[in-house]
Design a protein around this ligand. Structure first.
Ligand SMILES: NC(=O)c1ccc[n+]([C@@H]2O[C@H](COP(=O)([O-])OP(=O)(O)OC[C@H]3O[C@@H](n4cnc5c(N)ncnc54)[C@H](OP(=O)(O)O)[C@@H]3O)[C@@H](O)[C@H]2O)c1
Length: 430
């Protein structure tokens, strides 16, 4: 049986999970793929540190080029994270004629085009299943059998940490800060959770999905992005009363030659399949013109689920090597679409503001909305929850362009009675 040697850059969560997944499934892989896979060298800058898997010491090297330039290694797996030096190592591995498997959405969102070009020039594969949705096999699914579709919409719950926090806030009525602490204690949130809770991790993943599904390059920093730090249990409770769940939703939609996208806390109707995605689970929902609606669901993070996606890519490449198959069968990040980037676009919105408990205030606000052509679907005014002189006023408005809404809210603020517009959140239509 042919042996294919693999080098691995990094031995953290995903590296350990990949190593373990291979240990667990080695015999089955040999039986089904007819190839013996062996991780022969691992970049480890701290060989003394305790790792989640037992690796023979002689596999460790402190020098990435010991792996990149090893003539026996055919596949390099990058599981270090960060844009640099990971991008440089991947580029050098591709130049050295190695196939590259990565889980690194941050590097791909920014440098995917360059890396893919290098892969093509060097007749090798760049595979990145684990970069979006962890263990969920979404990338290869979109890129392969579903290539017969044209897509017009993608929705994603793509971050396990934030989904766990929002689920816990909804189910237990707890506040954000309290739930974040609990998530950190359970290992479901990083000590520095910024990239997760500010939506930056999700923006990287959405950028990759947009280039795969719509063929357009939208850098993560150009995606309107809002995290979950301002979501309060007050809004979660009102959303529940109106029949919604709040989720950190990544979305992109193609309409009439325009592409709108955003990452933001969104009210999802309970009847929407994405509303049922709870705790650390992730899901991706896409709509294609032939396949219609599709939803992928599973663990979006964690050493073994993510390691299994990395290993899946390694096995696919090994299969190609064994069969001598062409190496241009790979998910293609595309960037040549003529779609016009059109910001967040229009949507229904949930608004919560604190206003003086005085006659005429509600009328003045609704007149301002009318002036901007904004229709009101529901309104609720509650005495409880506000200070003695102020009451919360909650609206769900009909589909409105975000820019028009911002102008209307600025005018309402200018009137002096609603300085506190406490929440503005997108409402997903079913
Ligand atoms: N964690 C998940 O569930 C998950 C899911 C999907 C995708 N991903 C992606 O997978 C990648 C790895 O994530 P992770 O959670 O496994 O991270 P991690 O636990 O921090 O592991 C990173 C590993 O790379 C090593 N490393 C980092 N920078 C290095 C450098 N400059 N030189 C040498 N070694 C270096 C680290 O070494 P030390 O141990 O010495 O620090 C560690 O072994 C990231 O791109 C992440 O976005 C992760």
């Amino acid at each position: 049986m042919k042996t294919i040697k693999v080098g691995m850059l990094g031995i953290g969560n995903v590296g350990s999970g990949t190593y373990k997944a291979l240990e667990m499934n080695c015999a089955a892989i040999e039986k089904s793929a007819g190839v013996h896979l062996e991780i022969t060298k691992i970049l480890n800058r701290r060989p003394e540190a305790k790792r989640a898997v037992d690796v023979p010491r002689e596999k460790y090297t402190p020098d990435p080029y010991d792996i990149i330039n090893d003539p026996e290694i055919q596949i390099v797996t990058e599981v270090m994270g960060g844009i640099e030096p990971a991008t440089t190592y991947m580029a050098d591995a591709l130049r050295a004629g190695k196939h590259v498997v990565t889980a690194n959405k941050a590097a791909l969102a920014v440098n995917g085009q360059m890396l893919q070009q290098l892969a093509m020039e060097n007749h090798v594969m760049l595979r990145f299943e684990a970069s979006v949705g962890g263990g969920i096999p979404i990338i290869n699914a979109i890129a392969d059998p579903l290539v017969s579709n044209q897509y017009d919409e993608v929705l994603g719950i793509l971050n396990g940490t934030t989904n766990y926090i929002l689920t816990s806030m909804t189910d237990n009525g707890a506040d954000y800060a309290e739930v974040l602490k609990d998530a950190q204690a359970k290992g479901l949130a990083e000590a520095d959770p910024t990239a997760d809770v500010e939506g930056l991790d999700v923006a990287n993943k959405l950028s990759i999905l947009i280039s795969l599904l719509f063929g357009k390059r939208v850098l993560p920093q150009d995606i309107p992005t809002q995290g979950i730090t301002a979501v309060s249990s007050i809004d979660i409770n009102y959303a529940t009363e109106f029949g919604y769940k709040i989720k950190l939703l990544a979305r992109a939609k193609k309409t009439d030659g325009r592409l709108t996208c955003s990452v933001e806390p969104t009210l999802l109707p309970l009847s929407h399949p994405m509303a049922a995605v709870s705790n650390e689970f992730n899901a991706v929902y896409i709509r294609g013109n032939a396949v219609d609606e599709l939803m992928f669901y599973g663990k979006g993070a964690g050493p073994l689920p993510t390691g299994s996606a990395v290993l899946g890519d390694i096995i696919d490449i090994a299969n190609c090597i064994v069969k001598g198959a062409a190496f241009d069968v790979q998910p293609l990040l595309q960037y040549d679409s003529t779609l016009e980037a059109a910001g967040e676009g229009s949507a229904q919105y949930y608004l919560r503001m604190s206003v003086p408990d005085q006659p005429g205030v509600l009328g003045s606000i609704t007149s301002t909305f009318a002036k901007y052509g904004i229709g009101i679907q529901s309104v609720m005014q509650r005495a409880e929850g506000g200070s003695a002189s102020e009451v919360p006023l909650i609206f769900i408005i009909y589909r409105t362009d975000r820019r028009v809404l911002n102008e209307a809210l600025a005018e309402i603020r200018g009137k002096g009675y609603a300085d506190n517009i406490d929440a503005v959140m997108r409402v997903q239509e079913r």
